[in-house]
Design a protein around this ligand. Structure first.
Ligand code: AMP
Length: 437
């Protein structure tokens, strides 16, 4: 299938060709025609499936191709609002939106915390058509009356499940309360918890449902591998693995900010160009670390879950879990950083016996076997026991909801996008879409 069959306007097809996209991803094939029809839509799609284009393209077409309007009294009104859980995702969605809007006339801005209000207020005053925002900062603007949402025609809730996990439900409800009732609402979520269904029932009109992959399934092109190791020898093992190809860009996840710092210092000491990115780092430091990683100046990026959410790094071949995440679903989000857009990916986890319970939970959730493979010289004294795993380390296994430390503290990265890679990119991953209208 090609993009031409989806009913997209030539200006958008040209932008896709500029990006080097040859084939629509399953979520794009399923969602674009529905969204173009103007219907509300609940779309189930995990990170890395091409979901941004799945809502951005129809949004651009409906507002700026089919209903391009001149701004009244010379002042633009915000016509579309895209809400995302994190600053990184907001910045990334914005970058993608602008790339897809390359050949249409559209003014857009991002609104997120951690940076000063001034430039955002200025942009809003000058007038924008599309806003990409995180809920908290948007509420700040609503309270100061620096944003007018009365002209919204399309609302997109991106990664809605994440927004709920991060405690944004009250904020979302406040925002929804001021939006015009006559609008199209597109909700994207990796999972459809009851809360999401409730929002849909309350704030959407007879939404079509589009689903492309089973709940919590992960991209098929990713290989999962576990290396059992004593906790005290993890650093050494990581160094050993990284040393096998020191030029290969690797994203390493650490459970704690302190752990991320210590690990980055250790790797740096052994000559690997390393940076750490987590919530205690300043906005500037985070943006710089990410840029250097994307530019290839830094080969190892050590990140905590929050800092890494929403990062899109083209063709990242390896993700290493130095610690397993406390919540099994975070594993999916972590490894969603590799194997994107059909590329092959490898997810390596260094697992000590103390984490056996977490590994068992992850295996259950993935419904997929993970290869457990000793690395010669690093075998633990006793083999990993998943049958009798013992308690999970530290905290209880379900520290979800109302956990404010999960809120991000970062500015968004610049997405390198496909610009560097002009050759045609063929979508290979993912399952065929099913579609229920
Ligand atoms: P997303 O899920 O929107 O974050 O997209 C994940 C990655 O897939 C991004 O790097 C996109 O640029 C890329 N992408 C999106 N659609 C396509 C496509 N049809 N063909 C190739 N790559 C794509």
């Amino acid at each position: 299938m090609s993009f031409d069959t989806l009913g997209l306007a030539p200006a958008l097809l040209r932008a896709l060709a500029d990006q080097g996209y040859a084939t629509p991803t399953p979520i794009q094939s399923a969602a674009i025609p529905v969204a173009l029809s103007g219907r509300d839509m609940l779309a189930g799609a995990q990170t890395g499936t091409g979901k941004t284009a799945a809502f951005a393209l129809p949004l651009l077409q409906r507002l700026f191709v089919e209903n391009a309007t001149a701004p009244a009294n010379g002042k633009r009104k915000v016509r579309a609002l895209i809400l995302t859980p994190t600053r990184e995702l907001a910045a990334q969605v914005h970058d993608s939106l602008r790339a897809y809007a390359k050949h249409v006339k559209m003014f857009s801005a991002t609104i997120f915390g951690g940076v000063s209000m001034g430039p955002q207020v200025d942009a809003l005053r000058r007038g924008v058509d599309v806003l990409v925002a995180t809920p908290g900062r948007l509420i700040d603007h609503m309270e100061r009356r620096t944003v007018d949402l009365s002209g919204i025609e399309i609302l997109v809730l991106d990664e809605a499940d994440r927004m709920l996990d991060m405690g944004f439900l009250p904020a979302i409800k406040r925002i929804l309360a001021v939006l015009p009732k006559q609008r199209q609402t597109l909700l994207f979520s990796a999972t459809f918890a009851d809360e999401i269904k409730k929002i849909a029932a309350q704030f959407m009109r007879d939404p079509a449902e589009v689903q492309v992959a089973a709940r919590n399934s992960v991209v098929a092109t990713i290989t999962h591998r576990v290396h059992p190791v004593e906790a005290a020898r993890k650093r050494e093992l990581l160094l050993h693995l990284l040393a096998q190809d020191s030029r290969r860009q690797t994203l390493v996840f650490s459970r704690t900010k302190h752990g991320a710092n210590k690990l980055a210092d250790f790797l740096e000491k052994y000559g690997l160009k390393t940076a750490a990115i987590h919530g205690n780092k300043s906005q500037g430091a985070r943006t710089k670390a990410l840029k250097e990683f994307k530019d290839g100046k830094v080969t190892v990026l050590v990140a905590t879950d929050i800092a890494a959410r929403g990062l899109d790094i083209d063709q990242l071949p390896i993700v290493v879990n130095f610690d397993l995440p406390m919540v099994a679903e975070d594993y999916v989000h972590r490894i969603g950083r590799t194997g994107r857009a059909g590329a092959e990916g490898l997810a390596i986890s260094l697992v000590a016996q103390e984490e056996a319970r977490l590994l068992r939970d992850i295996r259950r959730m993935l419904k997929q076997d993970i290869t457990i493979e000793n690395v010669a010289g690093f075998e633990p004294a006793r083999p990993l026991n998943l049958e009798n795993p013992g308690p999970a380390p530290g905290r209880p296994a379900k520290p979800r909801n109302s956990n404010h430390s999960r809120r991000p503290h970062a500015n968004g990265p610049k997405k390198p996008h496909a610009v560097a890679n002009k050759q045609k990119r063929q979508w290979r991953g993912g399952k065929p879409a099913s579609f229920k209208a």
